[in-house]
Design a protein around this ligand. Structure first.
Ligand code: FAQ
Length: 309
């Protein structure tokens, strides 16, 4: 999208496919919708560091440890761009964190599952980052400028993450029987929650109507999920992994796979705070946020002192 011309209204800018920028006049509900979505996205990136962080000390080689460290750092960086993009809408970082801690803001369902083996690190990179990219490529053209621009860099980094995850899975699948079983077990546990990342079916998605009207969403939850399934099934076949869905079948007419139904009761339980690791993830975030208070205070004092000179 271009950002240089003058417009008479929010609607005119939107209709002509120009980005909405922070200082533009915008409907209050557009602002609220974006704060909700961008903050949930930011929280997901930061909480998403935890399942992988669990394996830094046990990575199987120095190379694997370096790659994992770099990847997790990238995710923290994504959180920072997204919090900054969200702050341009007139909400402070403190308020955003408070909403997370009070359970008023969600984060992605996927990070409420445990990472039990090294193969889970492969599955997270390949499936979770793989699903995130499919969604985020489409968001590169979303209507709010700071969000769209953050997505460009994030997508480049996610694509490295996806490949490192696939490499781990491919390596394990060419290893011993035990390694192949570990990879398949990780696939079995992460496949369905990864499909849930795209959100409820379009017919059950309350925010989609406005999101399309405001060009925040350009592709629907179901369209993106289908795209992810079609590309991932082929990648699984190449390395000999089985997709844990006995109803998965190529549909010649739609040129895509039909798949079994997602367990939406599980999805609702997890996003409403009752998944296997919700409490652990939030407690961890609260503890380290409190432990880091002195850093924020020191940085604020330093900034204030320097602003006087
Ligand atoms: N998890 O009406 P819709 C990553 C909620 S980044 C939890 O369809 P919408 C990188 C939704 O909030 C992953 N809640 O909503 C990484 C709403 O509840 P609310 C994060 C979900 O917004 C990799 C309700 O259900 N990516 O993984 C989920 O139009 C590895 C109704 O849903 C993004 O956030 C869910 N999966 O569409 C990091 C992408 N899905 O708010 C570390 C940006 C839905 O009314 C390691 N977000 N809900 O209480 C989006 O594109 C959209 O927000 C959707 C949902 C598509 C997620």
């Amino acid at each position: 999208m271009n950002t240089t011309l003058a417009f008479n209204s929010f609607q005119e800018k939107l209709d002509k496919d120009f980005n909405i920028e922070p200082k533009d006049v915008m409907p209050d509900d557009y602002r609220k919708h974006l704060i909700r979505q961008i903050s949930q996205h930011a929280h997901s990136e930061v909480i998403g560091m935890q399942p992988e962080g669990n394996w830094i000390s046990r990575a199987p080689s120095l190379r694997a440890k370096q790659i994992l460290l770099a990847k997790i750092q990238d995710e923290g960086g994504h959180g920072l761009y997204l919090y900054s993009a969200c702050e341009t809408l007139g909400i402070s970082r403190d308020e955003l964190i408070e909403q997370l801690h009070e359970g008023k803001a969600k984060y992605s369902n996927i990070f409420n599952y445990p990472s039990l083996s090294w193969a889970d690190i492969g599955a997270i990179g390949w499936l979770v980052d793989g699903a995130a990219i499919v969604n985020q490529v489409s968001l590169q053209r979303t209507s709010f400028g700071p969000y769209a621009r953050a997505m460009v860099r994030i997508c480049k980094e996610e694509s490295f993450h996806q490949r490192q995850g696939y490499e781990i899975m491919a390596t394990m699948m060419s290893g011993t029987k035990v390694q192949r079983e570990m990879a398949q077990d990780a696939m079995n546990r992460w496949w369905w929650p990864s499909l849930m990342m795209f959100g409820p079916h379009d017919s059950d998605s309350p925010h989609s109507g406005k999101a399309f009207e405001w060009k925040i969403k350009l592709k629907s939850n179901d369209e993106l999920r289908q795209k992810f399934i079609d590309k991932t099934v082929q990648q699984a076949e190449v390395i000999g992994l089985t997709i844990p869905d006995d109803q998965l079948k190529w549909n010649e007419d739609k040129q895509g796979y039909d798949h079994g139904e997602i367990n939406w009761d599980e999805f609702k339980r997890v996003i409403n705070g009752n998944g296997p690791c919700n409490k652990q993830r939030l407690d961890h975030h609260k503890k380290y946020h409190a432990d880091g208070a002195w850093v924020r205070e020191a940085a604020a004092a330093y900034a204030e002192t320097n602003s006087k000179f």
